[in-house]
Design a protein around this ligand. Structure first.
Ligand code: FES
Length: 105
């Protein structure tokens, strides 16, 4: 499945994601600028913060309270803010676009 990342400089990256992996793993595997995933997906760093854009991003399950708390500590929060380590890729997210916040250069 294709996953699109737009880095903080506006460059588009199309990455082949694997069903069952997190969007953070997909991004770090492809060395997307600004997505670090420092804690490995333990919801302890927020260095995987991205904007999950509609339409596919709007179909994601609501964030857990722990994810929401971590997002609240991020800079440049948007209604579409998500921790990509908590987004599990699957066929329903084909073509999903994540924008990496400009603050994560
Ligand atoms: S990788 Fe640390 S919170 Fe997502």
């Amino acid at each position: 499945m294709r996953v699109r990342f737009i880095d903080p400089e506006g460059h588009e990256h199309l990455v082949e994601g694997e069903a069952g992996e997190s969007a953070m793993r997909c991004a770090t595997r492809a060395l997307i600028p600004g997505v670090i995933g420092e804690c490995g997906g333990a919801m302890a760093c927020a260095t995987c913060h991205c904007y999950a854009m509609p339409p596919a991003g709007a179909s994601l399950p609501e964030p857990s309270s722990q994810e929401r708390d971590m997002i609240d500590g991020c800079i440049d929060i948007q209604p579409t803010s998500r921790l990509t380590c908590q987004v599990v890729l699957g066929p329903e997210l084909e073509g999903i676009t994540f924008i990496v916040p400009a603050s994560q250069v």
